[in-house]
Ligand binder design. Structure first.
Ligand code: PEP
Ligand code: MG
Length: 669
């Protein structure tokens, strides 16, 4: 790789230290971006060198160069610096390394070669048949002929880079709000590349030599992407896609061309999709999604369900090589994917799709009516909300309540916590959109896996087992205090249920209840209710101890499943094990219903959205189901086909040997 910028020749280093890279995939794009961001903060020239291989030194301010160290997990790096703030810079980088560059224990995405077990897996219900389409941009047409004078070309490039930066910030904020800060961080690496001094030096040299802005930018980014593709680590090789994406983004602004779109309409096939990509898909063009990787509880799948897009995930590496135009059929309810489906398969799936459509239409027509079982018990069907737009959709879909408001959407992707006033306004807006129906506000549910810049936590080896959910809220009293203040205001105006996430002990609940009492000055309105989420297996087994202190218990089957089966919810390699219909998980649900006494039992995890599971949940004793807004009508229909008393169904499912047997029992039900 020839770079126009000479190796840094700043004075002799006056500070140096060594550290070991602990990140599971080494210094891949996100941790490297964090390192670069930190190194750029100081008035110092900071260099990095791989101690064992002697690779480097490279400037720590350049993401494109840091990546070329190909520093995998366990690599020993030397950081050295010269300049007025040399020591501070070295100390800061070493401290950051000690926190695994903000990724401590965070489940890193698996390398692209991981073959998931148990796939393909159903991720979002619905049937789609059509040609394979890919999310691609037309290759930019670089201008032929003579460039303008270097100053004009440089100016044009600067304004394109600035527009690209604004666009990335917008996408990042949206991804952080809609899905999570952790996912949004992928955009940090792309932002760092925009200002990469090495890339800029290459671009400058090319402009000086008479190249156009587009050609100078294109060749500099191409060089970085090709270098990354040659790195030995497959994970870093795959990150070359980020470099190419940034390259295209700036060219798009420079040349005034359109954003990446799906050309034609059909089934989108991809390795994985970022939350922002799923959120931005044109539903008129994309009829369904097949991902080589991903997991049914991953955020791409959650968003696909939220958007009503049929999806199958963990379909394996083979789907990646399907060329555009290949006919594909998918059933997001069963996980079936057929390449070149025969006319018989197409007919069968089309019939199933037509039946599903009729069912959905009938369901929507009846969505505003209560859901009453065939033996006369009403089951509330609510919606899970992560934005005000969700509340609008929930109102239209006939939700009886908001069974889960993921209030984190107010906290993530920003530098300061939301004020009490902002929270009050947002909760009021949710209530308005839902026509005053009950809102179940979950207190802030974040932790090491979704860190907040204004509530920094020490690094944890296992953040899913660490300070998250109610544990973090009790540790960060200021945040909980403000949130409870806002809840106390809104609860005097509209029916509010408050629930605490990831509760493990009765003591934690007692502590939280005391704070609630203080926030209300001991005068809680009649309609105000307090409950807990049951996400920890031990809490499920202790339901009878919690029950006297709560009005309701809401089972978070997503987390309960990952903890009960020791199968991390975002890890596609164990997605086949982390199945909420595993009889082990169902027995925990049974325990909760059994021990709840007068407290209402709800389910607000993804299992509540599975119409096949509804008769079982209702027969177990669940009396509120909360799902993505779009699923509300179908869940109501499923309730109407259920019986509140069905001991035979319960017995057969609880004694089944595995989730496949449970599914077979339910489909024959
Ligand atoms: C759950 O864990 O099931 C749940 C509903 O909470 P979240 O998905 O937000 O963790
Ligand atoms: Mg949860």
């Amino acid at each position: 790789m020839t770079h126009a910028q000479p190796e840094p020749t700043a004075g002799e280093p006056t500070a140096a230290a060594e550290f070991v890279v602990t990140n599971p995939h080494g210094l891949h794009a996100r941790p490297a971006a964090r390192l670069v961001e930190e190194a750029r903060r100081y008035d110092a020239t900071v260099l990095l060198r791989e101690v064992d291989s002697g690779t480097g030194p490279v400037p720590a301010s350049s993401l494109s160069r840091v990546a070329t160290l190909a520093a995998g997990q366990g690599a020993r790096l030397e950081v050295s610096a010269s300049g007025p703030q040399a020591q501070q810079a070295v100390d800061a980088v070493v401290a950051l390394a000690g926190e695994s560059f903000g990724e401590a224990g965070v489940p890193a995405a698996p390398p692209p070669t991981v073959q998931p077990t148990g796939g393909p897996l159903p991720a979002s219900p619905g049937i789609a048949i059509g040609p394979v389409v890919k999310l691609e941009e037309a290759p930019p047409e670089l201008p032929e002929g003579a460039a303008g004078d270097p100053a004009t070309e440089r100016e044009q490039l600067e304004s394109a880079v600035s527009a690209a930066r604004d666009e990335l910030h917008r996408v990042r904020a949206r991804a952080a709000r809609e899905v999570g800060e952790q996912e949004a961080r992928i955009f940090d690496a792309q932002l760092a590349l925009l200002d990469d001094p090495d890339v800029r030096a290459d671009v400058d040299a090319a402009l000086g030599a008479g190249a156009s802005a587009a050609r100078a930018w294109d060749s500099a980014l191409r060089l970085v992407a090709e270098t990354w593709e040659r790195l030995p680590d497959p994970y870093l090789q795959a990150r070359a896609a980020d470099v190419r994406a940034v390259g295209r983004l700036v060219l798009r602004h420079l040349l005034g061309t359109a954003a990446a779109t799906v050309t034609g309409s059909g089934i989108l096939v991809a390795e994985d999709l970022t939350p922002a990509e799923v959120a931005g898909l044109d539903a008129a063009a994309v009829r369904g999604i097949v991902l080589a990787g991903g997991s049914p509880t991953g955020h791409a799948a959650i968003l696909a369900r939220a958007r009503g897009l049929p999806a199958v995930v963990a379909a394996g590496a083979a789907v990646r090589s399907l060329v555009a135009g290949t006919t594909l059929a998918l059933d997001g309810t069963t996980g079936e994917v057929e390449v070149h489906p025969s006319p018989d398969v197409v007919r069968r799936l089309e019939e199933r799709a037509a039946a599903e459509r009729t069912r959905a239409e009938t369901a929507l027509a009846a969505a505003r009516a209560p859901a009453v079982t065939s033996d006369g018990t009403e089951v509330l069907v609510g919606a899970n909300l992560g934005s005000v737009a969700d509340a609008t959709a929930a109102g239209a879909a006939g939700a009886d309540v908001a069974g889960l408001v993921r209030t984190e959407f107010l906290y993530l992707g920003r530098d300061e916590a939301p004020s009490v006033e902002e929270q009050v306004e947002t909760y009021r807006a949710l209530a308005r959109e839902l026509g005053g129906r009950r809102l179940t506000l979950r207190t802030l549910d974040v932790g090491g896996d979704k860190p907040l810049p204004y509530a920094p936590q020490p690094a944890e080896d296992n953040p899913f087992l660490g300070v998250r959910g109610l544990r973090l809220a009790l540790a960060e009293r200021r945040l909980l205090h403000d949130q409870l203040e806002a809840v106390a205001v809104v609860a005097r105006e509209t029916p509010i249920s408050l629930m605490f996430p990831m509760v493990s002990t009765v003591d934690e609940l007692a502590e939280a209840r005391e704070l609630v009492e203080k926030a209300f000055d001991g005068a809680e309105p009649e309609a105000f209710e307090v409950g807990i989420m049951v996400e920890v297996p031990a809490a499920a087994l202790k339901t009878a101890s919690f029950a006297p202190h709560v009005d309701f218990l809401s089972i978070g089957t997503n987390d309960l499943t990952q903890y009960a089966l020791a199968a991390e919810r975002g890890n596609p390699a164990v997605a086949g094990i982390g199945d909420a219909l595993d009889p082990g998980v169902l027995r925990l649900v049974h325990e909760v219903c059994h021990g709840a006494g007068d407290a209402l039992v709800a389910v607000c995890g993804e299992l509540a959205a599975d119409p096949a599971a509804v008769p079982l949940l209702v027969a177990l004793g669940v009396r509120e189901l909360s799902a993505a807004p779009g699923a509300v009508p179908v869940v109501k229909e499923a309730v109407r086909r259920s019986r509140a008393t069905d001991p035979d169904l319960v017995r057969r499912c609880l004694t089944a040997t595995g989730p496949a047997e449970v599914r077979a029992i339910l489909s024959g039900h």
